[in-house]
Design a protein around this ligand. Structure first.
Ligand code: AMP
Length: 214
């Protein structure tokens, strides 16, 4: 199985696809958003600073996120999924150097091409389990929890993210367009980019991903 870098607008389904890959193929899921949210949950002053930045829709500094990523990367084995990193060209260069330095295998880059209105709909409907991290969507038949607001796997109360309100989401989307979307040309130029257009049904998207990673 090949290592994966997911590039997509926020709420495009990276978390859902990562969950499926973890379950089916034993991928390690490396989400910088989750690593940052764990810092926020610790309640430290540093966590409070991070919360402000994340809730403004902006990006956390490359230095902070890279440090968290590097710590995590040293503890995981392949194959893994990068979800939410890189978020800009500087981070893409850092990641390439890091993988080289740690003697890790190459990645394929998978772009989930979801239009802004659809991404907004998904963000405002998404739920997650704070215990096992499983993602759900309250408007989608196939990814809705069986019991409202309860995790199917561990029965924990589900939560929605503070930065998934429509107002913050619009800012996050803008940040994505300005900072992250240039990565498409960057990875296209390196021959690493695979595009999945308008992924709607998670199982169909997952089958398309499988063709790329095998
Ligand atoms: P996510 O869960 O990937 O949507 O990330 C939530 C928030 O965490 C983002 O809106 C950013 O503020 C921050 N974040 C996550 N990953 C990165 C990254 N690679 N670089 C900078 N900020 C990040």
């Amino acid at each position: 199985m090949k290592n994966i870098i997911f590039i997509a607008p926020p709420a495009a389904g990276k978390g859902t696809q990562s969950d499926l890959l973890v379950k089916k193929f034993g991928y390690e899921h490396i989400s910088t958003g989750d690593l940052l949210r764990a810092e926020v949950a610790s309640g430290s002053d540093f966590g409070k600073e991070l919360y402000e930045i994340m809730n403004s829709g902006a990006l956390v500094s490359d230095e902070i996120v890279t440090k968290l990523l590097e710590n995590k990367l040293s503890t995981v084995s392949e194959p893994y999924i990068f979800d939410g990193y890189p978020r800009n060209i500087a981070q893409a260069d850092i990641l390439a150097n890091l993988l080289n330095k740690l003697n890790k295998g190459e990645c394929v880059v998978i772009y989930l091409d979801v239009p802004e209105d659809e991404a907004t709909r998904r963000a405002t409907g998404r739920l997650s389990c704070p215990n096992c991290n499983r993602s759900y969507h309250k408007y989608n038949e196939s990814t809705r929890p069986k019991v409202e607001w309860k995790c199917d796997d561990c029965n924990t109360d589900l939560i929605s993210r503070d930065d998934d309100t429509e107002e913050t989401f619009r800012k996050r989307y803008q940040t994505y367009v300005e900072n992250t979307s240039p990565l498409l040309d960057y990875y296209q130029g390196k021959g690493m980019l695979h595009i999945i257009h308008n992924p709607v049904v998670p199982e169909i998207t997952s089958a398309e991903i499988e063709k790329i990673i095998k």
